[in-house]
Ligand binder design. Sequence first.
Ligand code: FAD
Ligand code: UDP
Length: 399
Amino acid sequence: MDFDVIVVGSGFAGSVLAERLANVLNKKVLIIEKRNHISGNMYDYEKYGFYIHKYGPHIFHTNNKEVFDYLSQFTEWIPYYHKVLANIDGKKVPLPFNLNTLYRLFPIEYAKKLEKKLIDNFGYGVKIPILKLKEKSKEIEDKDLEYLANYIYEKVFLNYTRKQWDLEPEELMGVTDRVPILISRDDRYFQDKYQVMPKEGYTKMFERMLSSKNIKIMLNTDYKEIVKIDFDEGKVYLFNNEFKGIFIYTGEIDYFFNYKYGKLPYRSLRFKFIELDKKFYLDTATENFPNEYEFTRITEFKHFYKSVNDGNINKTIIVEEYPEKYNEENEPYYPIPKKEYLEIYEKYKKEVSNLNNKFRNIKFYFVGRLAEYRYYNMDKVVERALEVFEEIKEGEKNE
Ligand code: FAD
Ligand code: UDP
């Protein structure tokens, strides 16, 4: 088959673009994937009637109707509201830190006082990142709020962040803002409009996305094994033949450019899966351990599918997450949003525009967590891939 499009990577970024280009624009697409399966970090498999997420717990949540409707073509959904308990001072308390958490940790009269101050200063239903709460409480010189902010910072964020990133919360741009203090009684981890899980798992959804005859998939192949990029000549060769068309890249951007500006650091994880002869191990899907143990959190997959499966079998599977430095043996899960690394990324990003000037017969698109060095959630990757598709479509119209 002569291909119009090369897609490197079969995660959300690669698969959404492959699906759109094949089904809407009738392009012949080759997906090159180095792992032995499709779906990228979303890969899951069934065991004991549940779906186990090989690359850590993945919960779908979004406010974007377009993203939700788009994915709904490839899966039915079941409702699922994610809940997390954090182990603080020997108690299991709701996370994000909210008013219920406050009442679980402090004597009632003091909790009432803090609740009033939070609502008076910031409003009910408001979300406030921990670093902002620290700063604001200092600014308004309220000793109680200052105490509370420091307490949450130290008990919830400081040690978890050190474990997860080996950095201080202040060094990471926007990372702790992902779990803001919530001035309400809502115990859910996310407040998005759409919170669901794919009824038959994520992998099944990806299989349906990639089922077109226009799409061929090569697994177990690093793209550099079959694609040669001649940066001087401005040409791409696929199996030694010159390739002309669209090149979608969703792998690590520094690898693409042969580490020209040095390696971009990533944070990795080791997942320890444990099978237990029990109906349930945890009360909620996830428990976080900011201050104890080497792992950050434990997740029990059975909870995700409770609305359709009562879990009445004496087997369960949990996973512990152990943060690690990225090396040759593990996976680059998290780009590290630290100023100096983002500056290196910007240099690589400039190279992408240079490519598009130099390579006359190829249009390059870099999309996704690794190619854009962005701490994207899955819905944002889908949103971004759909935007890139619109860009490609418009470009074709104008040709
Ligand atoms: P990936 O899924 O990483 O896909 C990239 C693909 O490219 C991979 O399959 C890789 O093997 C392939 N590839 C890379 N280099 C090459 C190469 N040289 N040649 C060939 N193939 C290559 N998001 C949420 O919305 N909710 C969650 O609950 C959530 N939980 C998460 C938990 C963890 C532990 C992690 C790490 C992430 C989580 N995410 C979550 C984020 C989510 O995983 C990502 O946003 C999404 O999977 C990114 O998709 P992607 O296509 O950009 O990257
Ligand atoms: N975080 C924390 N304590 C917690 C939960 C989160 O300090 O109990 C911080 C930590 O820095 C973490 C970040 O908030 O990396 C984002 O948390 P999230 O649960 O969104 O992480 P992810 O699921 O993306 O790994």
